[in-house]
Design a protein around this ligand. Structure first.
Ligand code: CA
Length: 254
């Protein structure tokens, strides 16, 4: 990212993309180890700082010691239940407005209503798609902590506006389909990090998607074509045998 664009980004009350100090903190309270790991992996890939706990009573301690920016809270937990944690959070001044997304295996409408009346901001039923949960996390954080979520990703002559779903390259609008937009957003969010086709499929199409890995190549191809319509430099790197990444030198050397 060059200086001019860094300035533009901060004018839009946006922290420098990728700066560690700006990373919103998310507490994941989930006793299913595999799900907890999956969530942490995906949240970290989006640039969030993640803490994980398995028990309700541990979560209570963390919430008192240092409240995060958002909590993903499982309903059924050992120790104290998610519902009870949420109720107590709402009763305490420090955590009264802290955004909470409840996770539950139950699809029962009356339980859903109970969760929301107790003060959860959102509610998602297992099994859920990871991209869906990520979208809700971003939406909630944007509402509660607009200063902590970068609305604008900038690298060189390329800017991606998450709020308005717009991509601009050298002051020309780049028209992307929704999948290409999410691909670029994902790769641009972690410059230099290499994502395998399987990781991209999981994160962008969702875990349950039964899609051939070559689909990723097709969409990356479309994205590249749209980005370099005027013959500009390709910001996406193909790492043979590994996957794709957003070139971390893009916009720095030219
Ligand atoms: Ca559980």
């Amino acid at each position: 990212m060059n200086e001019v664009n860094a300035q533009q980004a901060s004018d839009n009350r946006t922290p420098r993309p990728g700066s560690a100090a700006a990373a919103p903190r998310i507490l994941v309270v989930e006793d299913e180890a595999a799900l907890s790991l999956l969530l942490a992996y995906n949240l970290e890939a989006e640039g969030f700082a993640v803490e994980r706990v398995e028990r309700g009573d541990e979560a209570e301690l963390r919430l008192v010691e240092s409240p995060p920016d958002l909590v993903i809270l499982d309903w059924m937990l050992p120790g104290v239940s998610g519902l009870e944690i949420c109720r107590r959070m709402r009763a305490r001044e420090a955590t009264r407005t802290l955004p909470v997304i409840m996770l539950t295996a139950r699809g029962d409408e009356s339980e859903r209503v109970r969760g929301l009346t107790i003060g959860a901001d959102d509610y998602i039923v297992k099994p859920f798609s990871v991209p869906e949960l990520m979208a809700r996390v971003r939406a909630l954080l944007r509402r509660s902590r607009p200063d902590r979520v970068a609305a604008l990703l900038v690298a060189g002559d390329l800017a991606l506006d998450r709020e308005n779903w717009r991509v601009v390259r050298s002051s020309r609008n780049v028209h992307l389909g929704p999948t290409e937009f999410r691909l670029l957003e994902y790769l641009m969010g972690k410059p230099g990090r290499v994502f395998s086709r399987a990781q991209l499929l999981d994160s962008i199409w969702g875990l349950s998607a039964e899609i051939d890995e070559r689909t990723v190549d097709v969409h990356v191809g479309r994205l590249r074509k749209a980005l370099a319509l005027a013959g500009e430099r390709d910001p996406i790197r193909t790492i043979r045998g590994a996957g794709y990444s957003f070139d971390e030198t893009f916009g720095k050397s030219d």
